[in-house]
Ligand binder design. Structure first.
Ligand SMILES: Cc1cc2nc3c(=O)[nH]c(=O)nc-3n(C[C@H](O)[C@H](O)[C@H](O)COP(=O)(O)OP(=O)(O)OC[C@H]3O[C@@H](n4cnc5c(N)ncnc54)[C@H](O)[C@@H]3O)c2cc1C
Length: 455
């Protein structure tokens, strides 16, 4: 059995590892010209469920590499006003140095790509833009690329992300919806000058700003275990050895940085960010944050121009089951979700682990190919529907917080309640514990589901 995967993203590469480990012939085709190209974004958070899924597919040494190359985990989670005044802050939230699987991890997207490419260099081809496929009567699938070349396999997996061309052909009924929320973001190097612009808690944590008009902002400081001079002091010896001996590091330009993003309902933007170049995007971000803390606006001013980007946040409409074939999909290609819950990559990793398991069962003669793909698609549709809908609730311009008058009243009420909690340490601890418990329960549920699927 030869499996062709379109897209060398989180889900596609994870699946490729699992198939390769099982001895199945796999080839990955990526449209970007080299492994260092691509507008990958900046940071991605991997939850225990995502780590668990990744552990099912990638070789142990690649998983160790993933853990070693994550950024240091945040210590604080803070909510602030647009003036960067604290509304609520909880400490001691980081745990990534405790358990390699059961912990929230922050990783640079470019690092994650290079980590996942480790060991797959000989089966991944860059500069291969998928155009279309044809299924033949003898059971083969032929893929045609923009450069005029083609390749034939037995199974085709579309892991080509939110704008999937493969989805358009395989599932023309699939629909994407606008959430009406637009975002602008960028990053800037973490230097003594830029670090002076953020508070101590921001420096060691994740900070969310709740601003008028339903506007939000996030500041994330990514602190890696290496810098331009090599491995930083106080890095665990085991991690230092892994990072030092990793050849993929030469392709990864990730250095400590400060990441910011703002978002708001479309109605509050004076012009469409999607139509603007980086310099105009910076001006627009400054215009949108007029009257905000000068320090925050300084971060915008000091951003690296080539990192400024805008995102029109869209979501897929959950699909009804379809008749399975040798052509299937995973990750954003089949269930794009808003970043509201930060679980898109985690779900892509779960898809990869599950599809891998089903294809290995085919190789072992335990299942028929179409029945295996049907079983994967059934389970994947069910769990992804839930997270797509939950993620949408977090980012939707119809939410009352985005309304002109009532939105302001709701914001004031929320801020007051949070400030009260912030001044009552016992209540704050209880609420934080409850929040963490809920997150752990939802994550433990995802791991439990994966264990059952893998059994
Ligand atoms: C602002 C933001 C923050 C987020 N934060 C988080 C988070 O904290 N945690 C989390 O779990 N998720 C997060 N997500 C979601 C996450 O980024 C995605 O769900 C995840 O990257 C999907 O992985 P994937 O493998 O399906 O697709 P991708 O990682 O997007 O990979 C798709 C690959 O396919 C390639 N490709 C596309 N078209 C073609 C073609 N025609 N031919 C060949 N190759 C092609 C692309 O170049 C790319 O390499 C966030 C998303 C956004 C927008």
């Amino acid at each position: 059995m030869r499996v062709i995967i379109i897209g060398a993203g989180t889900g596609g590469l994870s699946l490729a590892h699992g198939l390769r480990r099982a001895g199945i012939d796999v080839r990955v085709f990526e449209k970007e010209p080299t492994r260092m190209h691509g507008r990958l974004g900046h940071r991605v958070g991997i939850s225990p469920a995502g780590s668990y899924a990744m552990q099912q597919t990638v070789p142990p040494e690649v998983f160790d590499l993933f853990v070693a190359t994550c950024a240091r985990s945040p210590k604080y989670f803070s909510i602030v006003t647009e003036q960067m005044d604290e509304i609520l802050s909880v400490g001691d939230i980081g745990d990534s140095e405790i358990d390699p699987v059961d912990s929230e991890k922050s990783v640079s997207r470019m690092t994650l790509r290079q980590v996942l490419l480790t060991g797959l260099e000989d089966v991944t081809e860059f500069g291969k833009q998928f155009e279309r496929y044809e299924e033949s009567a003898d059971g083969g699938v032929t893929v045609f690329f923009a450069d005029g070349s083609s390749v034939t396999g037995d199974v085709l997996v579309g892991a080509d992300g939110a704008r999937s061309k493969l989805r358009k052909q395989r599932l023309p009924q699939a629909r994407m919806e606008q959430t009406g929320i637009l975002s602008i973001g960028a990053r800037l190097p973490s230097t003594p000058e830029t670090r002076a612009l953020v508070s101590e808690k921001m420096l060691h944590g994740v900070t969310l700003a709740m601003a008028p008009k339903g506007m939000g902002a996030i500041i994330h400081v990514m602190d890696f275990k290496w810098d331009a001079n090599g491995i930083k002091p106080r890095t665990a010896i085991a991690d230092a050895d892994i990072i030092r001996s990793w050849s993929g590091r030469q392709y990864d330009d990730s250095q400590d940085y400060i990441l910011w993003a703002i978002w708001a309902a479309r109605r509050w933007y004076p012009e469409d960010p999607e139509k603007l170049g980086p310099e105009e995007l910076r001006c627009l971000a400054l215009q949108m944050t007029e009257g905000w803390s000068p320090r925050f606006r300084n971060l915008i001013e000091l951003s690296e121009l080539n990192t400024l980007n805008s995102i029109n946040i869209r979501t897929s409409v959950p699909l009804e089951p379809w008749e399975s074939s040798r052509v299937t999909l995973l990750g954003d290609a089949v269930h794009t979700m808003t970043p509201g819950r930060g679980v898109g990559a985690n779900t892509a990793l779960e898809d990869a682990a599950l599809l891998c398991k089903r294809l290995v069962e085919v190789r072992d003669g335990k299942r028929d190919l179409l029945e295996a793909i049907h079983s994967y698609e059934g389970d994947m549709l069910e769990y992804s529907r839930h997270v797509v809908l939950e993620s949408r609730k977090q980012m939707d311009e119809r939410d009352v917080i985005h309304k002109p008058v009532i939105g302001r009243a709701v914001l004031a009420l929320m801020r007051t309640m949070m400030r009260v909690v912030n001044h009552l340490p016992l209540l704050k601890r209880l609420m934080h514990r409850k929040q963490m418990q809920l997150r752990k329960i939802s994550d433990a549920g995802a791991i439990e589901r994966q264990r059952a699927q893998m059994a």
